[in-house]
Design a protein around this ligand. Structure first.
Ligand SMILES: Cc1cc2nc3c(=O)[nH]c(=O)nc-3n(C[C@H](O)[C@H](O)[C@H](O)COP(=O)(O)O)c2cc1C
Length: 131
């Protein structure tokens, strides 16, 4: 059953020194940490960009996002949305997709995103993760 959570969505540019192994290490640590703090979500790679949705209690999500913002493994962190919603990724500490479809990539990289775009991104992301 879905519960109500605080959700943060952001995108960023992947630092030059991040290779596949480094991303894999980041995911392993994130999954462990998130399981311990009840945070769920997903991390997508769109060419050299990260796109992440974080869900959990407001306190924990904001505290994690503050750490993430200062992380040298990416730059240009762009907060896209903050809201209280139903949890989308119940079964995922941190779902990961390196192979983001073109249509979703285009949406994620749009200059400006309205609520309809965000809903489309959420729907397509869940579909991608659950495929
Ligand atoms: C793109 C990106 C996504 C991240 N996602 C998470 C995450 O979901 N959970 C997490 O614990 N750390 C995440 N991190 C790492 C945090 O910035 C930070 O290094 C980590 O939370 C520190 O954990 P520690 O206090 O246990 O050492 C992410 C970092 C980057 C660059």
């Amino acid at each position: 059953m879905s519960d109500t959570v605080y959700e943060i969505i952001y995108r960023s540019h992947i630092s030059e020194d991040m290779d596949r192994d480094a991303i894999s290490d980041l995911m392993t640590k994130s999954i462990l940490n998130n399981a311990a703090s009840g945070i769920t979500g997903c991390l997508l790679i769109c060419d050299r960009c990260f796109f992440q949705i974080l869900e959990g209690t407001e306190k924990k999500v904001k505290s994690l996002f503050n750490k993430i913002k200062d992380d040298h493994r990416h730059e240009g962190v762009d907060l896209i949305s903050e809201s209280t919603r139903f949890r989308l990724f119940d079964n995922w500490g941190m779902a990961f997709a390196a192979d983001t479809p073109e249509e979703l990539k285009k949406l994620i990289k749009s200059e400006s995103l309205d609520q309809d775009d965000l809903d489309a991104i959420r729907t397509q992301t869940v579909r991608l993760i659950e495929a």
